[in-house]
Design a protein around this ligand. Structure first.
Ligand SMILES: NC(=O)c1ccc[n+]([C@@H]2O[C@H](COP(=O)([O-])OP(=O)(O)OC[C@H]3O[C@@H](n4cnc5c(N)ncnc54)[C@H](O)[C@@H]3O)[C@@H](O)[C@H]2O)c1
Length: 468
């Protein structure tokens, strides 16, 4: 099928590459001409596993890039909108990018078009898109608007797209539902995974993918409610972790206990410095606003947001309690992305913490495997960027682990210890076992678990200074 995807960000670019991988002819449109030029040159603007391979495989063949939306619309039966939907200052969802695209599409409608909302939007947005298109001259019977929310996670976006837990199609007509079902058929009949050069299926992949067809309003609500629920799970376990710290229990043991109940499940029960990224924070606020406008006061969401904001401040207090004073301390920060596996630093709790530490007068030396370029745009020269984790640790007063990159969980502890001025590790992602860290000579602080100290030096912190 000939499809257009508007937006070449994390969702639009991954969707474009994956639709091409499924056998469709895809035009990916972005109004950022520099981005389009970079994509045409063969660059991959985001860090995402398997994306470079898919772009390489389909670029210039099944997948084309352009900044001309009108031409793309004329050539396509199905147009996915995947532009940003950020928060406004008062927490509402800013739909102005979606509206601009809807207006532009309406000028090029000739023959039947299905406009599909893939961006995360408040309930009833599909109806608004339809209204805007009609007001801007699109013939009423020539097009339909459907919803197809995206559930991919940054870091595993390609695998999530090609091996999804579910595909949600919100359509108010059979024709629209059938068109979308056709697009996803290689995933829902399991044929994609049987292809010779298919992207490897992840563990526990659900094959074939489950298809859920709903009304457009339900589909829009499914996305907001999913993200709100996941954020609630994170805030819940962070709150439990805080109680564990207060009473000397171990949140990992508690998670094991509660997560083995299948009604709760053990995924997403990882205490840390809180959720971030371009989705949860803004989607929670938007869902809160949707509820308010529909007459329901969803105060539970306020508490989820409050716990999350507090989590960063609690971690800052942890750093202070480990180091006593902060001014002038040199801190090695590992991880700037909002989570491991991505270069996205939008609403990253790691960046929030770095900002707080800088405000306290700390000197920060940071390293992230993929997010250095994007972090530099935010932090500029207020932070020193290191070449590696060990480089960052060199002569630092303490090491802070702020993103859950796999490579940060397998660092050479002797090498780290030699590099640090003091063997102090404050782990915001619970990447290490406390007892093991103590045995390796570290003073180790994490979230919701007991602290650990080197046996020989547990009471004599000043003597921990590295012999120079
Ligand atoms: N990032 C995620 O993990 C994720 C997951 C699921 C859903 N979503 C949702 O998907 C949507 C897109 O998110 P994203 O992270 O890909 O955003 P993004 O900011 O990375 O990308 C948006 C892209 O749209 C382009 N754009 C904006 N206006 C345009 C226009 N008028 N014409 C053409 N292109 C235009 C921008 O230049 C940009 O490249 C959001 O609603 C988001 O909530 C994101």
């Amino acid at each position: 099928m000939q499809v257009t995807v508007v937006g070449s960000g994390y969702v639009g670019l991954v969707a474009s590459a994956c639709f091409a991988e499924l056998g469709h002819w895809v035009i990916c449109v972005d109004n950022d001409t520099a981005k389009v030029a970079a994509l045409e040159r063969g660059e991959t603007p985001i860090h995402e596993r398997f994306l470079p391979e898919l772009l390489e495989r389909h670029r210039g063949k099944r997948l084309k890039f352009t900044s001309s939306l009108s031409q793309a619309v004329q050539q396509s039966a199905v147009i996915f909108i995947a532009v940003g939907t950020p928060s406004t200052d008062n927490g509402d969802c800013d739909l102005s990018y979606v509206e601009v695209v809807a207006r532009e599409i309406s000028r090029s409608v000739s023959g039947y078009k299905l406009v599909v909302q893939k961006s995360t939007v408040p309930v009833c947005t599909s109806e608004w898109v339809r209204r805007i298109m009609v007001l801007n001259g699109a013939p009423e019977n020539a097009f339909e608007v459907a919803s197809n929310p995206e559930f991919l996670r940054e870091g595993t976006a390609v695998s999530d797209f090609l091996f999804p837990d579910r595909i949600v199609i919100g359509a108010n007509s059979k024709r629209a539902a059938c068109l979308l079902q056709e697009i996803y058929r290689p995933l829902t009949d399991g044929s994609y995974t049987r292809r010779e050069n298919a992207i490897p299926e992840p563990d526990q992949a659900r094959i074939p993918a489950r298809l859920i067809v709903t009304s457009t309003r339900s589909a829009e609500l499914i996305k907001h409610a999913s993200n709100a629920f996941l954020a609630m799970k994170i805030s819940f376990i962070n709150a439990v972790g805080n109680i564990c710290e207060a009473v000397g229990a171990n949140v990992e043991e508690v998670c094991d206990g509660i997560g083995s109940d299948p009604r709760i499940g053990d995924r997403f029960l990882s205490p840390g410095i809180g959720y971030g990224g371009s989705c949860f924070p803004k989607d929670l606020k938007a869902f809160r606003a949707v509820a308010r406008e529909s007459g329901y006061d969803f105060r539970l969401l306020d508490e989820v947001i409050r716990i999350n904001e507090e989590q960063c401040l609690r971690f800052l207090r942890k750093v202070r309690s480990a180091l006593w004073t902060l001014k002038g301390k040199r801190l090695a920060v590992l991880g700037l992305a909002f989570k491991g596996g991505t270069d996205d630093v939008r609403e990253s709790p790691a960046i929030t913490l770095v900002e707080l530490l800088l405000r306290e007068g700390c000197e920060v030396v940071a390293y992230d495997p993929a997010a250095m370029v994007k972090s530099r745009e935010v932090l500029g020269n207020r932070v020193t960027f290191a070449e590696s984790a060990y480089d960052a640790a060199e002569d630092a007063d303490a090491l802070l682990l702020l993103s859950d990159w796999e490579e940060f969980a397998v660092l050479s502890l002797p090498r780290l210890r030699r590099a640090l001025k003091y063997p102090i590790v404050i782990d915001g992602r619970n990447l290490y076992d406390p007892q093991m860290m103590g045995e390796n000579g570290f003073m180790y602080y994490s979230v919701g678990r007991p602290e650990a100290f080197p046996k020989e030096n547990s009471e004599q912190m000043p003597q921990l200074r590295k012999a120079s």
